[in-house]
Design a binder for this molecule. Structure first.
Ligand code: GLN
Length: 253
């Protein structure tokens, strides 16, 4: 069910993450290895958001078709470099629309966001969460999906001054309390910091002096990939990778 990745570090060609490695994101779109909770391929759309350079707002390219079918993306990725990136391939949850606006990354200003998972019992389970959102967030929701609602909740927290890790952790815990059994692998970056949660799906990290990568699945067989434990908040910057337990592992007891 969806695969996503975030990169921060030295300038990299987009293709070095999306197309070139043996298990690059494009391969994960048709041959993922660690799918949980249903779904076999991630063919319902893809998106890439990247930071052309330090301090610059991201550029976003997303489509409602399989990543492997977009020849233009391969050409673009071969010549475009970035110092930060968030990319995703989508396997739509049953009942949710197959539209471009439902595909991650969701974007606002310098922020890029992705959700791998599902809110259990959608939509009834989350009506109360939606009721608490300001009308402006409801009116500007990208699509009628669980992921877009989570993004609206996170935007609300960021606007209120929360840091990226706090916005992610609070939202994951709140959604899990309203809809127990949800899968909430969230991923948020501003090109300087990447925050993620692991609730119900796989996530791996790879870090060296030049860069940090968070990815649903390792892009290659290098031993540097570390699996991240479930029920945690991950905070990655150029300098550090922190792994912090979520209250109750992100699920109500
Ligand atoms: N529920 C979200 C959607 O339908 C994400 C799905 C996923 O992680 N596969 O877009």
């Amino acid at each position: 069910m969806c695969r996503h990745l975030a990169y921060l570090g030295a300038p990299v060609r987009l293709a070095e993450l999306l197309f070139d490695p043996p298990h690059a994101l494009v391969r994960q779109s048709w041959a993922p290895r660690e799918m949980r909770g249903g779904g076999t391929v991630n063919a319902d759309g893809f998106g890439v958001g990247w930071y052309p350079g330090a301090g610059q707002d991201p550029v976003r390219y997303r489509r409602d078709r399989p990543m492997w079918s977009d020849a233009g993306l391969a050409q673009l990725a071969a010549v475009t470099t970035a110092t930060g990136m968030l990319a995703a391939v989508r396997s739509a949850t049953v009942g949710m629309p197959l539209v471009e606006t439902a595909v991650a990354p969701f974007a606002a200003g310098r922020w890029l966001f992705s959700h791998n998972g599902v809110i259990a019992g959608w939509p009834d389970s989350v009506l109360k969460l939606a009721e608490r959102l300001p009308v402006r967030d409801l009116l500007t929701v990208d699509a009628p999906t669980d992921s877009a609602l989570i993004w609206a909740m996170i935007r609300d927290r960021l606007r209120a001054g929360a840091t990226a890790p706090a916005a992610l952790a609070e939202t994951a815990v709140r959604v899990a309390a309203a809809a127990p059994g949800s899968r909430l692998n969230l991923l948020l970056t501003d090109g300087e910091i990447a925050a993620a949660t692991t609730v119900g799906h796989s996530l791996w990290a790879r870090r060296d002096d030049a860069a940090v990568l968070l990815s649903s699945e390792p892009l290659d067989g290098e031993p540097a990939w570390t699996p991240l434990p479930d029920g945690h908040l991950i905070v990655a910057t150029g300098a550090a990778l922190d792994v912090i337990a979520l209250p109750d592992g992100g699920q109500p007891q």
